[in-house]
Design a protein around this ligand. Sequence first.
Ligand SMILES: Cc1cc2nc3c(=O)[nH]c(=O)nc-3n(C[C@H](O)[C@H](O)[C@H](O)COP(=O)(O)OP(=O)(O)OC[C@H]3O[C@@H](n4cnc5c(N)ncnc54)[C@H](O)[C@@H]3O)c2cc1C
Length: 297
Amino acid sequence: MADTEVEKEAGGFVRPTVEVNTYRKANPLTAKIIEHRILYRESDENDVRHIVLDAKAMNYFDGQSVGVLPPGENDKGKPHAVRLYSIASLASRAPGSENLCLIVKRYVEKNPETGELFRGVASNYLCDLKVGDEVVLTGPAGRKFVLPVAHDIHRPYIFIATGTGIAPFRGFLQRLYKHTPQFNSPVYLLFGVKTTPELYYHDEFSEYKNENFHYLKALSREMKNAQGGRYYVNDLLRENEKELWPIISDERTIIYMCGLKGMEEGVAKAINEMALKHGKGENYYSTLSHRMEDEVY
Ligand SMILES: Cc1cc2nc3c(=O)[nH]c(=O)nc-3n(C[C@H](O)[C@H](O)[C@H](O)COP(=O)(O)OP(=O)(O)OC[C@H]3O[C@@H](n4cnc5c(N)ncnc54)[C@H](O)[C@@H]3O)c2cc1C
């Protein structure tokens, strides 16, 4: 995989220089849906879809996002705003890239008093489409949530995901295990969802047989933490401290986190607790920013 120019950040890692905003609201890319299937059905009203778009005209990288422009107008009579979705596949220019894949969860909220359903605009629009339909895209978006360039990629990684936050890691794992010869550094994927059927791409991840790949699951509604409460990704950090602390404290390790907004607090707390036990002071988490990327929404 050829790298483009590189940029070095002080004390950090060497990222590829990626294209951003090649397509904007005024000159978007219209892409056809070539695959559309249910990944997980949560209820009669809610599901999560795997959507593949014919969008290789866009020069995107795994880890970046694309913008979706839903048709129609908001209640103020203005065109709907762009919504971002993480790319769940390998870079468009990588050999063997399957095309632009998105994982979309419908945004559905029930009003507790009236029982009325509020349906989010873009996610429901995308989930209701079918093969052959067209989607208007902007992007790519984001420069930082990418793996290092080829000559700097042989490092340990910790990938922490909740729900659809698994999206960028699907592409990252493809890059490491299918497109990086001799990659053999430790990789820990910590994936938090409610129940087993929600472990999107479980079969695909289980196929990575590298002895240094560790796929750890936090099933909040099926597992109990040490206090008897719901089990989250921060509990995985705590329970696997012996194995994870040497990786977390290794200056070469890059930690990526993606998913629900609330997850960062728990992860920070678990890492700070670990660090305190190992004599690293009160707020070790804040010292990780040069080798940590998060994308929460
Ligand atoms: C970098 C990034 C990457 C992302 N990646 C993904 C991804 O891979 N997959 C994914 O599924 N999502 C992803 N998202 C989230 C996505 O962008 C959208 O925010 C999400 O799909 C909801 O958009 P929507 O248009 O369906 O909902 P919207 O129409 O935007 O509705 C949701 C919003 O409406 C508000 N709201 C207004 N009225 C009500 C009401 N009556 N009841 C309840 N809420 C109400 C809510 O507060 C909420 O903020 C990502 C976001 C970011 C920033």
